[in-house]
Design a protein around this ligand. Sequence first.
Ligand SMILES: Cc1ncc(COP(=O)(O)O)c(C=O)c1O
Length: 376
Amino acid sequence: MKNIVTFDGAAPPGTINFGIGQPSADLLPAELIGRASASFFANAEPFEFNYGVTEGDGRFLDSLAGFLTTGYGAAAATKELFVTGGNSQALDMVSAVYAKPGDTVFVEEPSYFLAFQIFRDHGLKLVGIPVDDDGLDVDELRRELKSHSPAFLYTIPSYHNPGGQCTSAERRRQIVELAVEHDFLIVADEVYQLLYYCDPPPPAYGTMTSSERVVSLGSFSKILAPGMRLGWIQTCESLRDKLIAHGFINSGGSINHFSSHIVRQTIDNGSLVTHVEKLKREYRDRVEAMDNALKESFSGIAKWKRPEGGYFFWLSFDETVDTAPLRDKAREFETGFQSGAVFSSKGQLNNCLRLSFAHYNSDDIRAGIKRMRPLF
Ligand SMILES: Cc1ncc(COP(=O)(O)O)c(C=O)c1O
């Protein structure tokens, strides 16, 4: 295939950069999207190209509800769904709709680094809550609730970015209880919920909307293609009404009406489910390749847990190691990673780094990990 570079942060030819958290070209289903588009255009009415209903096209939301009912194993209701332009856009919108400048939001420590800027753009103050192997530390959350009243808690409950772990079902239940007791929202970024390579993760927050404190964000970026710029919010009707009343939605209608037509076809013809199964098979192999390659080169030097889903390995080194300058040096070795401090709202975790296994096949993963070894 011709190597056309069309995204920001693409690695120079020959470099194996595990900092890139995007699918490899062979996992972007161009043909599947082509077939879905053809089947949509074969019957499209002119009105399909109008603004679209504010919360999203009803036929799409019905199909999505069916997809989530199967995927999450619990009934999803159309009236609780709202179309977004993916989770990044959804994070921007929840910051505008459910918080006001000067409010505090709790984030996990570490967390998805690009969310920090979205929150800060809205004048929100970040307070980091640590995570461990079982996810968000609920005791720490309780402690911080004594001195802060957050507008919301931003959490990545399944196959964390960057940590790779899942918050246990019991902790999710306790977090919902605390949200009700202290009146804050849980903004759950469930972008990796359906990408599991062993047992399914604990139930999604999307299945807990009856608490009226949960705003679950989902996206087609990791299960279909980031370029579709399509996702959804699943929340109770009263919280959904606030999104619908937002000025941007009021003016522009459905956020991505056109993509929702195409993605609806992939749900209705079953090709999305088949594609997700293919992704899971391929990523499972890549996890194994990376884990084995790390065992060969990094045993005794770094600690990590093999992830059971998602995109990432999170490595911790001795406290004396600073991965930030090593990231620059990695370019000389034609490899790369994301250094730990960017994932910290407090500028800590310098001795950690994140590796993505999504952008390279197993052979490249083995070669790239070998190239990284001399850096440490
Ligand atoms: C935790 C998390 N949230 C959001 C995103 C971006 O999602 P989207 O492509 O739907 O905007 C990513 C992508 O890496 C992510 O890892």
